[in-house]
Design a protein around this ligand. Structure first.
Ligand code: DON
Length: 304
């Protein structure tokens, strides 16, 4: 498959001028990003990777980080994790509070903010230095020690993070948060501020396309069963109330973030990351979804 040719076609065919959404502004620092940015990277192996545009530029990965923290929590908790968070699509926006009330503080899935905050609680509770351990994890699976938090973005989100702070307080009132609120949201705002490029993200996500092993070294990071479950959750819950539309258009397990990034994988085949900061009304990258739809249509390779 000539993936570079397909990427070149996509870069020729679509542009930020074709989409009408807005760059995220509820995190003030994200509003400063240039809306014209557009990059994509497909990773099949160290000697086989393909890209266009701003594929090596760092951006705020935001909710994409929830896949990394879920992987860490699954390693720590095994099956007990599912007592704290469920595995059903929510059909609601990523930052919704409503289901928590009638579902007794058990979030629908680990990718909505409520679920990711319960995962943060678990990591803050069980790890000595969760921020450092998350960095170590992402650096290790990517083989890139330069990956870091963007402290300006973390502080910016903290300054307007009332909804997430409310979510943690509410879940704590319902008995599903152990730690203090402050360290949980501090960790969560940092994980969301991780700055990575499409190239780095596609490499990191290769563990989910390679049954839990780092492709370049063969090192086993996650059990195949864990990876099966994470991919199932990306497929059903990775795009919030647009998870059905993403499956329908693209046909891959994936995860989005309000920084405008999307990463998706094809098991045993490739990992692909795309970045364009213009979001649709569901908070997913508008151009990113279009690019991935073209990618699986032109290549004829999706999981369906
Ligand atoms: O918690 C928030 O609102 C952001 N840090 C992350 C949200 C996000 O990326 C949703 N994804 N599309």
């Amino acid at each position: 498959m000539d993936y570079q040719k397909i990427l070149d076609t996509i870069y020729d065919e679509i542009s930020y001028r074709d989409v009408t959404g807005k760059v995220a502004s509820y995190i003030p620092e994200l509003a400063k990003v240039d809306r014209r940015k557009f990059g994509m990277h497909v990773y099949c192996g160290d000697e086989q990777h393909f890209s266009f545009g701003d594929s090596t530029e760092l951006f705020s990965i935001q909710s994409i980080s929830k896949v990394f923290t879920l992987a860490m929590a699954m390693r720590l908790m095994g099956e007990h994790l599912w007592d704290r968070v469920s595995v059903e699509p929510s059909g609601d926006p990523f930052n919704s509070l409503t289901q928590l009330e009638y579902e007794s503080g058990i979030p629908r899935n680990p990718f909505i903010n409520a679920g990711a905050l319960v995962i943060s609680d678990i990591l803050v509770d069980q790890l000595d230095d969760p921020k450092q351990e998350l960095l170590d994890f992402v650096r290790h699976i990517t083989g890139d020690p330069s990956i870091d938090y963007d402290k300006t973005v973390a502080a910016s989100e903290k300054s307007t993070g009332y909804r997430n702070i409310a979510l943690v307080n509410y879940i704590k009132a319902l008995g599903n948060i152990k730690c203090d609120v402050e360290p949980i949201v501090d960790f969560y705002f940092h994980q969301c501020s991780l700055a990575m490029s499409c190239e780095q993200l596609s490499k990191a996500f290769m563990i989910f396309a390679n049954k839990g092993k780092i492709l370049s070294t063969g090192e086993k990071i996650l059990k195949p069963k864990t990876v099966k479950r994470i991919n199932a959750l990306m497929q059903t819950c990775g795009f919030y109330d647009e998870a059905g539309e993403f499956s329908f258009q693209v046909g891959l397990p994936g995860k989005s973030g309000v920084g405008g990034g999307i990463v998706a994988i094809h098991p045993d085949n490739y990992s692909v990351a795309v970045w364009s900061p213009i979001l649709n009304e569901k908070g997913n990258s508008e151009l990113g979804m279009k690019a991935l739809e073209r990618f699986t249509t032109l290549s004829g390779v999706s999981v369906f």
